[in-house]
Design a protein around this ligand. Sequence first.
Ligand SMILES: N[C@@H](CCC(=O)N[C@@H](CS)C(=O)NCC(=O)O)C(=O)O
Length: 215
Amino acid sequence: MQKPLLLAARGGGSAIVEAQFILCGLDYEVDYLEWQQLAEPGSRLAKYNPLREIPTLVLADGQVLSESAAITLWLGDFNALLVPQAAESQRVPFLRRLIWLVSALYPTFTFGDHPERFVGAAESDALRRSTDGRRQQLWLQWEKEVRPEPYLLGNRLTALDIYLCVMCCWRPRPAWFASHCPKLFTVAKRISAIPELQALWKRNELNWKIKVANS
Ligand SMILES: N[C@@H](CCC(=O)N[C@@H](CS)C(=O)NCC(=O)O)C(=O)O
């Protein structure tokens, strides 16, 4: 059977999906695009996803699955390792937080990374600043609720831990998490140390950022 193809960019949200494939032991191929290629209308990403966002997964039968949460739930249909199933007590908090991550937190990057798509040049800096500030508030909200025992949902490693670990490397960066969200940061560090993920962090240049915050 043909393997699913993951369209990716180094250090981006595709690492959240790639880490899940690796931990679940599922076969896949990955195609890393350069960041500047993502916006190009003629890129190989645009062919599959008109939003031109990664992660975008091309399934063996040719169907396209974009959106990290959709991919996460789809993977959970094959392998329950990282996705609590209906009978598990973690199912509800998992779904709630997964959708919160992609509908409340991820969009702060959508608006802040490309403010020119949403506002005029004069407002661009303000939009980036306000979305950066909003994101910090959201992380602080989660920090209040979380008990890292040892993972975000207790003793059950889930895809939420992977999201956190990758997103911790993005603005406001690991040093901020270490000082403002120590519980979240503890979990991120724990995930960053998983042996099977070391090569992935390296090719995504995500590992050293965690180490810098540690030193
Ligand atoms: N809702 C999407 C968000 C994906 C997303 O924003 N990806 C970013 C990289 S981390 C991207 O592709 N940015 C390129 C662009 O917007 O031009 C998901 O959860 O997968």
